[in-house]
Design a protein around this ligand. Structure first.
Ligand code: SF4
Length: 354
């Protein structure tokens, strides 16, 4: 563990650098806890540039938790369009509903109450508590883990409980309690702009002087992450069934990933299906019998550790009712198609119209 004076020096150098070179981002111009909460959820696993446009549109449309609490599934999908990982939006709405129901519509300014809201984990709790309310809580995300693992020359696996504890304790010890929000944002900014994943720019780093990883020449190889497991290969199939100028589509149920989005009918993105099994698997899931015709094309897609090849087939409806299927227009901007479906449309029609 570093000495208190070293921690204070680290914080002072970091904040001096942040004050001089911070990026002007829309969510840095506000102390509104709802807007900061929204931005922190959007920024998870999404590039700043993609968030910038969506964030301003979102907070203009939903300026308070209460306004977003009332959003329907379709409105939620539209508001989150372009950001992906729609589960985050649904959890954000769960959190907004809890604020509307249990806190009179005001985001709680106390760390435990914040952390008890749906969708708010330790990192988001620390970020909102410190940036919006000035509470002295360190927020540790992947950027901060990387910076501190390098600065400490922490060579143990970053995923272990012991490593995570070391990182959290170090971040808390180095936090400037008077400027907790700025300190947390400065750590994230350092990880995003200087101590980057591939090649850290140590010559531009405000805390390079006492960086052990740099001194030992091992910074670029840290943090030490366990190798990811081998990907699971999936051969999925979907049906393109033209109907009245649109295609048959299936709304993904609430208990599946991408719930609420629309996809082309099939047994599901993570289900390998032979042509012969397609009809029964799809009947069980979508409630309608489809008969596959010729393959029209295929696309590749990755979801976590799955590597999926999706083959799209021309198909026809063989049951009297549509079951749980509906007709959706390809170009309808109000239909939140899954990424796989949009890739299929682009592949088989040469258009990106969903
Ligand atoms: S000196 Fe290099 S490795 Fe160390 S914190 Fe700065 S950028 Fe990262």
């Amino acid at each position: 563990m570093s000495k208190p004076r070293d921690n204070a020096t680290f914080a002072a150098r970091l904040l001096r650098w942040f004050d001089a070179s911070r990026r002007d981002l829309p969510w840095r111009r506000t102390r509104d806890p709802w807007a900061i909460w929204v931005s922190e959820i959007m920024l998870q696993q999404t590039r700043v540039e993609a968030v910038r446009a969506s964030y301003e549109r979102f907070v203009a449309r939903y300026p308070t938790p209460e306004s977003f609490a009332k959003a329907s599934d379709d409105e939620l999908m539209l508001a989150w369009k372009g950001l992906g990982y729609y589960r985050r939006a649904r959890l954000l709405r769960d959190g907004a509903r809890a604020v509307a129901r249990d806190h009179g519509g005001c985001v709680p300014n106390e760390a435990d109450a914040l952390g008890a809201l749906p969708g708010i984990g330790a990192y988001t709790r620390g970020a909102v508590a410190s940036i919006a309310f000035g509470l002295p809580i360190a927020a540790v995300d992947g950027n901060v883990e990387r910076v501190l693992a390098r600065h400490l020359a922490l060579t143990s696996d970053i995923g272990t409980a012991a490593s995570k504890r070391t990182i959290q304790e170090t971040a808390s010890a180095r936090l400037d309690a008077q400027r907790a929000g700025d300190f947390n944002q400065a750590m994230m900014e350092l990880g995003a702009m200087v101590c980057t994943p591939q090649s850290p720019r140590c010559e531009q780093c405000p805390v390079a002087q006492d960086c052990r990883g740099r001194a030992q020449g091992i910074a670029g190889s840290l943090p030490n992450k366990k190798k990811p497991r081998a990907p699971t290969l999936v051969d999925a199939r979907v049906a393109l069934v033209p109907q009245m100028g649109g295609v048959l589509a299936f709304r993904i149920p609430d208990d599946e990933p991408n719930a609420g989005q629309w996809e082309l009918p099939g047994p599901g993105a993570l289900c390998s299906a032979e042509v012969g099994d397609f009809g029964s698997l799809t009947l069980a899931r979508c409630g309608a019998k489809l008969e596959l015709g010729p393959a029209l094309g295929s696309i590749k897609h990755a979801i976590t550790h799955h590597r999926i090849t999706v083959t799209a087939h021309a198909a026809s409806l063989r049951s009297r009712s549509l079951g749980n299927l509906e007709i959706r227009m390809l170009g309808d901007p109000d239909t939140p198609w899954t990424t796989i479906s949009r890739k299929v449309f682009a592949s088989v029609r040469g258009i990106e119209d969903a």
